[in-house]
Design a binder for this molecule. Structure first.
Ligand code: 2AM
Ligand code: CA
Length: 257
């Protein structure tokens, strides 16, 4: 299963790399919420290939999302064909394909592929997290020695004050801040120890399903901003970090609510 999933996600990444200048961009809810013909093409490719592999599974994909009782599936693919669509549209080469596979409500497999640098992050529950062939460990360090990756969640105007309050509280403490635009890759950067902590005030399950397993299997703590478990079926806030940095941010999150 794992080898086939890796092969499929790598092939999906090639579709992203094949993109020409004409991406056929349309606005979903506004200028901050975009979709291109490549998002749709990658999702169609993944749907066909993944369901051929596991026909009984459900398929929750960003570009074909509809309301359904997703909890009824024993196996469920949760897929973002292009995470970092705004980056993709702007030619800012930091996007990925994200594939998570749930079994009875738990993430069993998580794969995130950045085709621009040929980095495939993957994890199987209980078996560790890897970047290509190398085992990942997020390590541990306090906020003072951590890069903070900030996810701005700017699609939700009602959350802007909340995001900025937490950002402002952390800003004088952390080593520095980064904003990359792909939550799935942000979680993988925490897994790889490139950043100590990441938060975003609201994301969709396809943004964090695969990355949350990869981060956890690398030793990171992954919760909502309230410190509870992530909701894999609905939108949720995400706080992921090496243990000390996660604890530090969680304390700041409590102080700033
Ligand atoms: P996307 O590129 O697949 O849309 C950046 O802040 C992160 O937020 C990206 O992972 C981006 O995923 C995600 N994102 C974009 N629009 C969103 C929305 N309406 N709701 C939740 N997350 C969103
Ligand atoms: Ca997307």
């Amino acid at each position: 299963m794992l080898e086939q999933l890796k092969q499929i996600i790598r092939a999906a990444g090639q579709i992203i790399l094949s993109a020409g200048a004409e991406k056929d961009v349309t606005e979903k809810t506004g200028s901050r919420d975009l979709v291109t013909k490549y998002d749709k093409a990658v999702e169609a490719f993944l749907r066909a290939r993944l369901l051929a592999l596991l026909p009984e599974a459900g398929f929750m994909g960003e570009e074909s999302i509809h309301s359904e009782d997703w909890t009824r599936y024993e196996w469920l693919f949760i897929v973002d064909p292009i995470d970092g669509t705004t980056n993709f549209v702007q030619g800012y080469a930091n996007s990925c394909v994200s594939v998570g596979l749930l079994h009875k409500g738990l993430v069993e497999y998580g794969l995130v592929y950045n085709p621009y640098v040929d980095e495939l992050y993957w994890a199987k529950r209980g078996a560790g997290a890897y970047l290509n062939g190398e085992r990942l460990s997020c390590g541990d360090r306090p906020l003072e020695r951590s890069l903070l990756i900030f996810g701005s969640a700017l699609y939700y105007t009602e959350l802007q004050a909340r995001s900025l309050a937490l950002f402002s509280a952390a800003f004088p403490i952390v080593q520095d801040v980064r904003r990359f635009g792909s939550a799935a890759l942000d979680l993988c950067y925490v897994a790889a120890g490139r950043a100590g902590v990441f938060f975003e005030a609201r994301l969709c399950p396809w943004d964090y399903c695969a990355g949350s397993l990869i981060a956890r299997e690398a030793g990171a703590v992954v919760t909502s901003l309230e410190g509870g478990p992530l909701d894999l079926y609905h939108k949720c806030s995400v706080l992921a970090g090496c243990p000390s940095a996660h604890a530090g941010m969680l304390a700041l999150a409590k102080q700033t609510t």
